[in-house]
Design a protein around this ligand. Structure first.
Ligand SMILES: [Zn+2]
Length: 215
């Protein structure tokens, strides 16, 4: 898991989701109440699997020579409260954070959004770093929501997935649709997709699409 989480940080860089060290990936260790997360303040090109730190679900350091990411409490809160989640990503990616700064959900106006997010990408509450507030806001917003991404108001993006790779994919797709819908807005008002079509697209993509598909 250290290697998986370390390697996925390169995807944040490759996809232009992060500036300096502002973004992190974590992954739950299957079968244990532990997760692996990026160390605080280490630049992405210096990260190695050995740098990754292991924390318990209260965010306490269990193993590692570095201090865990300053966002560790938020990741820990998500793992504690959403047992099906195996990966969490946080970024300040540009377009998604621009939507977050205006407290506006990204409307579902693209079939790719219906596929991946099953509707709009919601905005979570304003919350300060330092305690469980950010984690609470992420969980409250995403619990019972199809979207694996939440725009935390005035802050940035948190995504969840069954594993860290799925959470990174959601972060990449979130930024992609945030950019496209922003561009669409410059040209006029994008058309909403009817809910019944969103439901059909979401169901097909989640259950049929991909290598396991018999079609
Ligand atoms: Zn942040």
């Amino acid at each position: 898991m250290r290697k998986i989480v370390c390697d996925l940080h390169a995807e944040l860089v490759r996809n232009n989701l992060v500036a300096w060290t502002a973004g992190n990936v974590s992954g739950r260790i299957p079968g244990a109440d532990l997760f692996v997360i990026k160390p605080s303040g280490v630049s992405y090109d210096e990260l190695t699997p050995e740098h990754m730190v292991v924390c318990d679900l209260d965010g306490n350091l269990v193993e590692g020579e570095h201090a865990p990411s300053s966002d560790t409490a938020a990741h820990a809160y998500v793992y504690r409260n959403l047992p099906e989640v195996g990966g969490v990503v946080h970024t300040h990616s540009t377009y998604a954070s621009a939507w977050a700064s205006r407290d506006e959900p990204i409307p579902c106006v693209l079939t790719a959004m219906a596929d991946e997010f099953g509707g709009e990408i919601p905005v979570g509450p304003f919350a300060l770093i330092g305690d469980d507030s950010i984690g609470q806001g992420v969980v409250e917003t995403l619990k019972g929501h199809r979207s694996p991404a939440v725009l935390m108001r005035n802050h940035g993006v948190f995504t969840i997935g069954k594993d860290p790779r799925a959470a990174v994919k959601a972060a990449v797709m979130c930024e992609d649709v945030a950019r496209t819908v922003h561009v669409a807005r410059q040209l006029g008002e994008p058309l909403p997709i009817p809910q019944a079509d969103i439901d059909r697209l979401y169901d097909r993509y989640q259950n049929v699409y991909g290598q396991r598909s018999p079609r």
